[in-house]
Ligand binder design. Structure first.
Ligand SMILES: Nc1ncnc2c1ncn2[C@@H]1O[C@H](COP(=O)(O)OP(=O)(O)OP(=O)(O)O)[C@@H](O)[C@H]1O
Length: 173
């Protein structure tokens, strides 16, 4: 469907080593336009790996990742960079200014890694308000968070454990 912004199908990422590390295994995740999705899970559960695949910063070793209708695995590095430039806003901290920058050009999807990390509670609350305002405005957001308050404020929460999705609450059908 055309309103699907991000779709991971059986996506996996194994890092070589002895033994290899399966940091993501068989993940199915669809994000539709206008959703605000929190990705939660313990340290090492694969949250950053998922974000890196969704951002096209890393490539899946199994399965498929579609971003804004394009299958990432079929794109050259150059074309993938082009897709990232117009379809994505990525926030690796969170300050309000970083989020504001990510919104420039109205990308199809904003990815945020710990947007309230290292902020005191007043500034964390501001970020939360900003995320919810963006959601109200129809911006599509996927947010990695350790912060239970941020997660609770998101209409949908994807729980990762050992590289797998173990719960997905509030999903849009
Ligand atoms: N480049 C890499 N090489 C080898 N193993 C890696 C690499 N990146 C991540 N891993 C491993 O993959 C697993 C998932 O890591 P990931 O960073 O995605 O988890 P996370 O949920 O984001 O953790 P945290 O909350 O601590 O940031 C971990 O076991 C981690 O050690």
């Amino acid at each position: 469907m055309s309103d699907i912004v991000l779709a991971l199908e059986n996506a996996g990422r194994t890092y070589p080593g002895r033994p290899p590390v399966e940091s993501l295994r068989g993940v199915d995740l669809t994000v539709r336009a206008g959703e605000l999705v929190a990705v939660v899970g313990p340290s090492g559960s694969g949250k950053t790996t998922l974000l890196n695949l969704a951002a096209g910063l890393d490539r899946a070793t199994t399965g498929s990742v579609r971003l804004a209708g394009q299958a990432v695995e079929k794109l050259s590095d150059r074309r993938l960079s082009g897709l990232r430039a117009y379809a994505l806003g990525v926030v690796f901290q969170c300050q309000r200014v970083a989020i504001a920058r990510a919104l420039v050009g109205r990308p199809a999807l904003i990815l945020a890694d710990e947007p309230s990390g290292n902020l005191d509670s007043a500034n964390g609350a501001q970020i939360l308000t900003l995320l919810r305002d963006l959601h109200t405005d129809g911006v599509t957001l996927l947010v990695i968070t350790h912060d239970a308050t941020v997660a609770a404020a998101c209409p949908r929460r994807v729980h990762l454990r050992d590289g797998r999705i173990v719960a997905d609450t509030g999903r849009t059908e």
